[in-house]
Write a protein that binds this ligand. Structure first.
Ligand SMILES: Nc1ncnc2c1ncn2[C@@H]1O[C@H](COP(=O)(O)OP(=O)(O)O)[C@@H](O)[C@H]1O
Ligand SMILES: [Mg+2]
Length: 249
């Protein structure tokens, strides 16, 4: 891996109420990598992601980011209910000063890239959970980010939809070569998607294990049902168990 897309050095975050969410985190995410942050609820995954995004300032330590746009996908699609899918995706561009016409054209392309060609005029209420998440991903990708940060984006979806979105996300990553940081508490999802898995422990949140997934891309259903996949899941699961027992959870 070459230079870092984003790097945290000695990062700690204490919230205003006194909670020490993360402490002593050193993490450099290589440009073009697909990294998952894996850990139990409350271990500071969202906090680290928000620090990487610059949405939350760290209390200690440095954040270094390579220049370029950042895309952020939240756990909920957070779409504007009164606006069409196209308008939801176009808004970041309009806010950045593009003309409505140019923004709409690029939003239409982004919708097509996530498999929603022809749904631009639909309102969020008319879309399924998976489709709403696709709109949310299109909105994050419309600015052509170099760094895409995702916070448990598929956690609320049924398994079939989640598998489909996993595959489509990998195809987008392979085509567009952004750096991906993906938060999840699913061992299976992290192994399927990632090249590297950072396992976190809590109390305070910190890095417990840093694991390389030994499988190439493209990955598909063949990988998901392979003995190799199961073996890697077992390895990551053991690391997660270790992190959780170490934390006294
Ligand atoms: N805005 C906040 N104010 C106070 N405490 C917070 C805030 N956000 C998160 N926390 C606390 O920080 C810890 C880590 O939270 P979070 O980063 O959301 O973990 P995760 O995403 O792994 O579930 C938890 O104890 C949580 O309650
Ligand atoms: Mg979270």
């Amino acid at each position: 891996m070459g230079s870092a897309a984003v790097a945290l050095r000695g990062t700690a975050k204490r919230y205003a109420n006194g909670t020490l969410a993360v402490k002593g985190v050193d993490l450099a995410v290589g440009e073009g990598d697909f990294l998952s942050l894996l850990g139990p609820s409350g271990c500071g995954k969202s906090t680290l992601l928000r620090i990487m995004a610059g949405l939350v300032p760290p209390s200690e330590g440095q954040v270094e980011r390579a220049p370029g746009e950042i895309g952020f996908v939240f756990q909920e699609p957070v779409l504007m209910p009164w606006a069409t899918a196209l308008k939801n995706v176009a808004l970041p561009l309009e806010l950045a000063g593009l003309s409505r016409r140019e923004a709409a054209a690029r939003a239409g392309e982004a919708l097509a890239r996530v498999g929603l060609d022809g749904f631009g005029k639909s309102y969020p209420r008319a879309l399924s959970g998976g489709m709403k998440m696709r709109v949310s991903i299109a909105r994050a990708l419309v600015t052509r980010p170099k760094l895409l940060l995702m916070d448990e984006p598929f956690a609320a979806l049924d398994e079939i939809t989640r598998f489909k979105l996993n595959n489509d996300l990998l195809a987008l990553w392979e085509a567009e070569r952004f750096t991906a940081v993906f938060v999840t508490h699913s061992v299976f999802e992290s192994v399927y998607l990632s090249r590297r898995i950072v396992v976190m422990a809590s109390g305070p949140g910190r890095i417990a294990h840093d694991i390389e997934v030994e499988a190439g891309y493209p990955r598909g259903e063949e990988f998901r049902t392979s003995a190799d996949y199961v073996a890697q899941c077992r390895r990551v699961s053991a690391a997660l168990q270790d992190a959780m027992s170490g934390a006294g959870a």
